[in-house]
Design a protein around this ligand. Sequence first.
Ligand code: FE
Length: 259
Amino acid sequence: MIRNLHRQLAFPLSLTLLLTLAACGGNGEGDAPPAATQAVVATAPGAADVPTALPSPSPMLTPFPAPGEDTSRAEGDPTIPTRTPEGAAPQATTAPAVPPEPVCNGLTLDNPEGPYYTPDTPERASLLEAGMSGERFVVSGYVLGPDCAPIPGAWLDFWHADAAGQYDNSGYRLRGHQFTDANGRYTLETVFPGLYPGRTRHIHVKVMAPGGPILTTQLYFPDEPQNASDGLFRPELLVTMDDATAGQTATFDFVIATR
Ligand code: FE
């Protein structure tokens, strides 16, 4: 009787298996194409004009070039460093679900503004825009007062070079300001800044508590060979990379004067 039951079930089970394989195309997660040397981020047209809430795992991220995108520059161009481990498929990254404890070891150092600051930036937590080249990067953290208490509503204004080491000095590409949330936290979604002559990899930022003075400083990246030769580099301003995301997310907590 049991054998008869097997016969009755054999055909439906086989058919189900075949249909399932056909639907998957036989291409599981392990068959993901090799990582592009330059991930390309893309948003819906006009999305960059809309102030962005704190980022969520982003459907606008695609690790592959958009149709017509020129990626030839990524090959063999030493000025566009790549950070994605070879063979690793880029993964969606975001701020840690459980924020780490704040790091509060005295006031954050200031660091020169440089020649490329543009005021009156758009309010947005994500600097990603359609067609933008580069590898997605998220840095998040607290803004704290001298007493180490989180500061809600603190203003942060970020700007940095694009993946090719160029600043947008006529518009607001890779520029934007945001405010800390009720827990004193910020999250910036952007791309890894590229290198330009004389400087190591860095992100510029201004931070200000409500009614307080502006701290102008820069964030740096660990394990960058150019850190050693950049006179502005300060190890105290290194972000802490999150190894769990292959270095695609990092944290940095600011401690600023409040008056
Ligand atoms: Fe700079």
